[in-house]
Design a protein around this ligand. Structure first.
Ligand code: GLU
Length: 321
């Protein structure tokens, strides 16, 4: 049974970059005839807001995307909101702990920052953790625990190389040690993105993950967790990001790119989808189109392989109607 998902983090308004990832993930599953799920990734409570979660659903519906299961409509694999799935993450930690794969880390932010000059780990995760707390004695742990509550790290087998085939980015191979031991639960008790996503994708029976290439570096970590938990990995496709006219990743600072702002400015959703489709190589020209009308083209064309630089005129043209 094929299943895919879009998994927004409700820490801000959806912008064109998120919308494009959502569209491509939706098209992949619709053309394969699978189930499309919406999962709200509010695992980082302090950064998440319910109104952003609401806005994400509204924006996606406005674009013409739909989902078979999600926080608003339920389904057999729910709950679909990470803050309601803590018991699953806790169970996963228990299993990893039972295998001796976790250890407490007492390093402060300053100590971790000092590692920044060391050889780099996986780019999106900062420098590789050098394993400072991995081999502390019980006594050292007790002594450090008096000063600071620990985070929990996953102990990556030394020298371990992770390989996988990305449907968009091609064959991938991590450096030995797979980027260092990584956090699965923060010192403030919040489960890490890596843990929550790996557990959720497996528990929800996700077979296809399509997401932005900013998360390519996270995949080896999720694969290591899945392997340790005895869970089957999905297939991965990491699509290149949309870049703003300044060559930097399209984001809020480029202004007017949130779907809410576009809608409020009177832009029609078909026009937005047309541009997203052109930026993804699905249309020759950015003509107004509904997501459904792109399913056939998506079946014939390969996933976009290169980052797209969004031109100023394209953004302003959309606002001018
Ligand atoms: N919640 C993540 C984000 O919004 C996406 C997670 C994923 O697709 O694995 O960046």
């Amino acid at each position: 049974m094929i299943a895919g998902r879009f998994a927004p983090t409700p820490s801000g308004l959806m912008h064109l970059g998120n919308a494009r990832t959502a569209l491509l993930a939706w098209l992949q599953i619709r053309r394969l005839g699978g189930s499309f799920l919406l999962r709200m990734e509010d695992i980082d409570g302090p950064r998440s807001r319910p109104d952003y979660a609401e806005a994400a659903l509204r924006d996606l519906r406005w674009l013409g995307l739909d989902w078979d299961e999600g926080p608003d409509r339920g389904g057999p694999r729910g709950p679909y909101t990470q803050s309601e799935r803590h018991a699953l993450y806790e169970q996963a930690l228990e299993r990893l702990r039972g295998q001796g794969l976790l250890y407490p880390c007492y390093c402060s932010r300053a100590e971790l920052a000092a590692v920044a000059s060391a050889p780099h780990g996986l780019a999106s995760e900062g420098p590789a953790y050098p394993g400072t707390c991995r081999c502390l004695t019980e006594e050292e742990r007790r002594e450090r625990a008096l000063r600071k509550p620990p985070s929990l790290r996953f102990a990556v087998p030394p020298g371990r190389i992770v390989r996988f085939d990305d449907e968009c980015a091609g064959p991938q191979e991590t450096p030995p040690g797979a980027g260092g031991d990584f956090v699965v639960r923060r010192a403030d008790g919040i489960f890490s993105y890596q843990l929550a996503v790996a557990v959720d994708d497996a528990a929800m029976g996700i077979t296809h993950v399509l997401r932005g290439s900013d998360l390519l570096d996270s995949t080896p970590r999720q694969l290591l967790l899945l392997e340790a938990l005895g869970l089957a990995p999905p297939r991965y496709a990491h699509v290149p990001l949309l870049m703003g006219p300044d060559g930097k990743r399209l984001a809020k600072r480029h202004g007017g790119t949130s779907l809410q702002a576009l809608r409020e400015a009177g832009v029609r959703p078909e026009r937005v989808v047309g541009l997203l489709a052109r930026w993804s190589g699905l249309l020759e020209r950015a003509e107004p189109v509904r997501p459904r009308e792109l399913v056939e083209a998506a079946a014939k064309r390969p996933l976009p392989a290169l980052p797209i630089v969004v031109r100023e005129e394209e953004l302003s043209g959309m606002l001018e109607g």
